[in-house]
Unconditional design. Structure first.
Length: 274
């Protein structure tokens, strides 16, 4: 596989007043005030969830703890589970801005990797809060579902970008570009989430950006540096198995839970080469 090259512009996430650019000082202040209130409400929600439990906590109690009216809460969040993720909307805008401002000749995978670093920086900016939020999402299914929905938004953003920038004519005969873009975007998000979870389980300690760069190097090797020969299975056991329909419309991959990321990526490459 040759290096992906940029071809056309793609759909971007709409910019908000917090995304920079030509907005006025007043709109910047309004955006900062909005984010400050969202974080205040989120802190109140997390305190109550931790002390009295998620199910026992009401929106009225969250608003009262934050010192605001119930209607103020609903101006910022639609539900109490949404309240502990106050930064995702603004982070999505920042990630989209990274894609939008990418240098013309930058490898699109590099651009996406830079974009998702905005997500990691969001978590790393407040390690204690992030670790507590991680604990809560592990314990409360509704919060876990909200987190998964947030991750899906980033993945859709990066998939749209790659669909507009991968030159699939250089890689495959046929119409495989949606599959490659989706798998590549998913790989970047998976690598990010793998590093993020490891960092959170370690209490938010360590150089998370260096760990992230290492994970991204594995993704780039798989999608941006060509497909090489697949090495033999470790210890005589396959790391993963891939099957596809005759029409190649669906690819199903099954991997051991302890399979290294490098082995999983090699298996994906082999499937895409077929």
């Amino acid at each position: 596989m040759s290096q992906p090259v940029k071809a056309t512009r793609t759909e971007r996430a709409k910019r908000s007043p917090s995304s920079g650019g030509g907005e006025s000082a007043g709109s910047r202040r309004a955006a900062a005030q909005r984010l400050s209130m969202r974080r205040k409400l989120a802190a109140a929600a997390m305190e109550l969830f931790a002390t009295q439990g998620y199910e026992a906590t009401t929106v009225d109690e969250i608003a009262a703890r934050a010192g605001v009216a119930r209607r103020t809460f609903f101006r910022h969040f639609r539900s109490k589970e949404e309240a502990i993720f106050p930064d995702h909307d603004d982070t999505l805008v920042r990630a989209a801005a990274v894609l939008d401002a990418a240098p013309p000749h930058e490898n699109p995978l590099d651009t996406v990797c830079r974009g998702i670093k905005e997500v990691m920086r969001m978590y790393a900016s407040a390690p204690t809060v992030s670790v507590e939020r991680y604990r809560l999402t592990r314990e409360v299914p509704a919060l876990r579902e909200r987190e998964i929905a947030s991750v899906a938004r980033y993945e859709r953003l990066f998939t749209r970008y790659l669909l507009g920038h991968f030159d699939e004519g250089a890689h495959h005969d046929g119409d495989d570009d949606p599959l490659l873009a989706e798998v590549a975007a998913s790989a970047v998000v998976t690598a990010h989430n793998h590093v993020l979870r490891r960092w959170l389980r370690a209490g938010g300690q360590g150089d998370v950006e260096a760990q992230l760069d290492h994970a991204f190097a594995i993704v780039r090797e798989a999608f941006g540096a060509g497909i090489g020969a697949r090495p033999g299975p470790a210890n005589g056991r396959p790391a993963a198995a891939v099957s596809a329909t005759e029409e190649d419309e669906v690819v199903v991959m099954v991997a051991r839970t302890d399979a290294p990321l490098t082995e999983v990526m090699r298996t994906i490459k082999e499937a895409l080469k077929r």
